[in-house]
Design a protein around this ligand. Sequence first.
Ligand SMILES: *Cc1c(COP(=O)(O)O)cnc(C)c1O
Length: 350
Amino acid sequence: MNWEENVRRVVPYVPGEQPGQKDVIKLNTNECPYPPSSMVKNKMAGMAYEDLRLYPEFPEKTPLAQLLAEYFHVRTDQIFIGVGSDDVLSMAFLTFFNSGKPILFPDITYSFYDVWAQLYHIPYRICPLDDSFHIRKEDYKIDNGGIIFPNPNAPTGILMDLEAVEEMIAANRDVVVIVDEAYIDFGGASALPLIEKYDNLLIVQTFSKSRAMAGIRIGYAIGNERLIRYLNEVKYSVNSYTMNRPALILGAEAVKDDAYFKEICGKIIATRERAEKELTALGFTFTKSCANFIFATHKEKCAQEIFDRLKERNIYVRHWNKPRIDNYLRITIGTDEQMDKLFASLRAIV
Ligand SMILES: *Cc1c(COP(=O)(O)O)cnc(C)c1O
C-alpha cells in the first residue's frame, strides 16, 4: 500500500520574505511602517503573565467584539473574529463554498484564494481582469458556487465603487459573496452598509495593514448573524480556542484609539500620493491605488532587474513571476524616510 496516494496535497501560499537583518527597508508585505497605537503598548506593558495559564474567552464574548460592534454599528452576533483575515477567509471557504459548483475570483488577485480552493477541494474558475486590470463585473453573472474578491484588489490597488460591488452581490443572491477589505481603510468605501440588505454578503477586514498589528494575527468578518453563526460552528469544530488571550486584549486597545488609526492611515495616503509623483518622474506607470502599496511598471527597465538591484541595496519589494504581472513591482508605502531611500536607489537603478 502506498500511503502517499491518500495525502491531502496542496501547493502552499508563499508570502513575501521576512528578512532576518534589521537594516532592511521592508516594502514587500504591506505591513504598516508605523508602530501600533501607544495604548496597545501601555496595555502590553501591564499585562499579567499569569493570564496565560487560562484558556481565552470565546472571541465573540470579549470586549474586542463589543468594541468592533460599536465601531461598525452592528451587533456582536454579526461579527466573527479569527487569527488574521487569512484564518477568517479560510473558515469562510470551508463553511460557504460547498455547492460543488465553481467559485469565481479574478486571475490577478490575492494568491491565497486558489490555495484554499485546492486545499478544500472547491472547484473554481478565474475571471480575467480587463486590460487595465479592472474587475469585469459581467463575468460574475454566471452560475457559480460563490464569489470572492478583494476591494481594493491586490496587488493592483484598484478600487471598485460601491454601486458595482452591489451589482455583483445583487446578481448572486443564491451564493455567499465575500468582499475581502484588507485595504479598505486607505481610501475606499466599505460595503458594510450593504449587509442589512444582503444576507449573503460577508465583509472581511484585518488588523494587519491599517492597524499596524500584522504580528498579532487578528482578522474579522461582518455579516448577517446566520452567516456568522455558521462560521463560528465550523471554527469551533476545528479549534475551540483559536484566538490567544493577548491578541484579544491588545486588539481591543487598537480599536479604542481611533484618532491614531486615522492619523496613520492619513499619513500613508499622503506618502502614497507623493510616491506617485516621484515614481512618475522616474519613468514608472502604475494603476490608481486605493491601498497601502503601488503596483508599478517601468517603461525601460524590467521589473525583475529592478527587484534584484533593490534587494542588493537591502530594499525589499514584491515581484511575481506570473503571466500579465511579471513586469510589475508591488511597492508597499513606507515612512517618508524609507520612501526617500527607495527613490534614491531607483534613481541610480533606472
Ligand atoms: C494581507 C491580506 C490578507 C491577510 O491578512 P491577515 O494578516 O491574515 O489578516 C487577506 N487578504 C488580502 C487581499 C491581503 O492583502
